[in-house]
Design a protein around this ligand. Sequence first.
Ligand SMILES: Nc1ncnc2c1ncn2[C@@H]1O[C@H](COP(=O)(O)OP(=O)(O)O)[C@@H](O)[C@H]1O
Ligand SMILES: [Mg+2]
Length: 401
Amino acid sequence: MPKRLPIDIPQTAEELTAKWLTWSLRGSTGASDARVVDFTTAEPGAGVGVSGLSIRVDLTWEPASPELPDAVLAKFPTGIQTNRGLVESEGCYDREFDFYERFSDDFPIRIPRLLYAVRDPGRAWSSMARQFRVLNRVPNWIARLIGRYTHKMARPTKRRFAMLLEYVDGARVTPLDQVPPEADLQAALGAQARFHAHWWRSPVLREEAPFGWQTCSQVPHIFNGSYAVHRDAVVAEYPERLTADVMRYADWVDANLTAVIDHLNDKMAFLHGDARSDNMLFTDEGLVLIDFGMVSSGRPAWDVAYLLSSALPSGPIARSELQRLCRDYHANLVASGVTSHSLGQFFNDIDLCLGVQIHRMVLMAAVFIGEGYGDATLAELWMTKVIDQLPEELPTIGEVA
Ligand SMILES: Nc1ncnc2c1ncn2[C@@H]1O[C@H](COP(=O)(O)OP(=O)(O)O)[C@@H](O)[C@H]1O
Ligand SMILES: [Mg+2]
């Protein structure tokens, strides 16, 4: 295993010190003489962080200067060990660090400025890629065994990660148990179309970091194993939501998961990958995107379906609302210069993504701790919304005629 860096890296609010803040902010703020002499920590604005520990840090500098930030956002790994293991198995911390280090000066939508990032070294990509290849080929009974003990097997590392970002003050986010206003959804879809179009089919998407990581899952075969083990228990827990019709769709996705994920990973666009309304900050000057732990490349429907499946309220008009907003997104994409991706193909891919989402929710209900959304868990909340958006007919895994 790679060695840890021989320096102190705080991992919680309690471990932060004025000295570390001074030292780590020196490079990006140009504060060669100024020091942080005092600071306080608080929760950031609304929004539940499930994968990380995000802390607002208010700073007192000496000598004070308007050039220096009053506040920064410190981001550390989550302290919930089960979640951390799962989050690390999808490379989320490395993906976010790689994203900011690579793109913080070159992104077509506003993102927080990266002030400082440090992490212990991890395994080489080639070694991880080999591991994914092996896992995707194990016999089914081993996939089920791994699936049954995912939460024990996806063990967290002892690597330390710390990131300091510009604190976006006075921003509004919509937590997942609330419905974003139409204007926010339109702004989000407009932004997605812009960054999707910006790198459409670009060679940039072939770079290893962060684009070696696949959309949705690195190990679909293990997801199959996990689904086989947990499916019936989850259905028994939510009989009203997970009806025979819904499960027919989820089971079809499960039977075709590797092919569906391969299809969705066609390197068409840069994908944010975790496009939920609570990863979007709305300020008076517009939208700021955050939380790049699931960055990847693939079909644009992934980001759009992810956003709309988590944001639109459930109910009888959910499907027509989804389609209306998808049409708006597609018109934005065309207006941004991408004319080769037909509306029919896009709609087909949306339905595939919704299928992957309902499959994910069954797994999430079984293995992920996601509390803090009113009375519901993350999986309950999201599954209820996705179900009402599912189509009546199965989509095509491939190009539509
Ligand atoms: N740069 C920032 N400025 C202001 N608030 C932020 C910033 N980054 C994150 N937040 C707040 O912290 C919450 C969690 O941050 P996020 O990056 O989404 O972490 P996680 O990966 O744990 O979901 C967000 O929903 C938002 O409310
Ligand atoms: Mg988040």
